[in-house]
Ligand binder design. Structure first.
Ligand SMILES: Nc1ncnc2c1ncn2[C@@H]1O[C@H](COP(=O)(O)OP(=O)(O)OP(=O)(O)O)[C@@H](O)[C@H]1O
Ligand SMILES: [Mg+2]
Length: 224
């Protein structure tokens, strides 16, 4: 499903250059759930962004959902994301001029669903507890509510690959755990899931836990 080889991302240039992801090799099987853990600044979000195709590596290769994504141009990469990837990232924003419902419907539209988008979009927002907020713009929602809209967007399309960076980080524990269960439920619809977390309990729900330190994978633990 996903094969990264020698994956590298250097931020900055010259003396200020910093290697956030340093020659990482990673394979994830179809339907597998992988958690990425590690200290702050270890490169987790940078790696997640590379795998989701919202950032580009400075070295190495990634094959994901059938495409060599490091070789796609910007349009090709955007199309690949729309067709195959669900992204729940804190700084991968909702479109500000669209309501919660429209943001979720757009994901279906971009994936090629021509009609009947309204009902599943509402159902997904209902699932994450936002039935009464469907008409709100992102600016009229709290951080945790915006995060749940992003989760609904992933739930509605059941993408081949879901990449989530602390997907429940802005939510209280009980809402967070409930929504997290829904995200993991995507596996039953064929989704391969990579998520980043600081919460050992959430990490324990994965098939495999990968620990990053200083841009390297330093440990891999198979949970089940
Ligand atoms: N846009 C950027 N420009 C420059 N450096 C960056 C950028 N994003 C991240 N970095 C640097 O890359 C390193 C890895 O950052 P990253 O955000 O991947 O860490 P992380 O493991 O997700 O940390 P956290 O747990 O705090 O979210 C850090 O040293 C960070 O300062
Ligand atoms: Mg991070």
């Amino acid at each position: 499903m996903l094969e990264a080889r020698d994956l590298t991302r250097v931020w900055g240039k010259g003396d200020a250059a910093q290697t956030a992801v340093d020659r990482v090799d990673l394979s994830v099987g179809r339907g597998e759930i992988v958690a990425i853990v590690g200290p702050s600044g270890s490169g987790k979000s940078t790696l997640g962004a590379l795998l989701a195709g919202i950032d580009r590596p400075t070295g190495g290769s990634i094959v994901a959902a059938g495409a060599r994504i490091d070789q796609l141009n910007d349009n090709g990469l955007a199309r690949w994301r729309s067709e195959h990837v669900g992204i729940v990232f804190q700084d991968f924003h909702l479109l500000p001029t669209l309501t919660a419902a429209e943001n979720v419907e757009l994901a279906l539209k971009l994936k090629g669903q021509r009609r009947g988008r309204r009902k599943p979009a509402r159902a997904a927002l209902d699932e994450v507890g936002l039935a009464d907020k469907v008409g709100r713009l992102p600016s009229q929602l709290s951080g945790g509510e915006q995060q749940r809209v992003a989760i609904a967007r992933a739930l509605v399309v059941a993408p081949a690959l879901l990449v989530a960076d602390e997907p429940t980080g802005s939510l209280d524990q009980s809402t967070g755990h409930a929504v997290f269960e829904q995200l993991l439920g995507l596996r039953d619809r064929g989704t391969t899931i990579v998520f980043i977390t600081h919460d050992p309990e959430l990490a324990g729900a994965a098939d495999r836990i990968i620990t990053m330190v200083d841009g390297h994978i330093v440990a891999e633990e198979r949970v089940r």
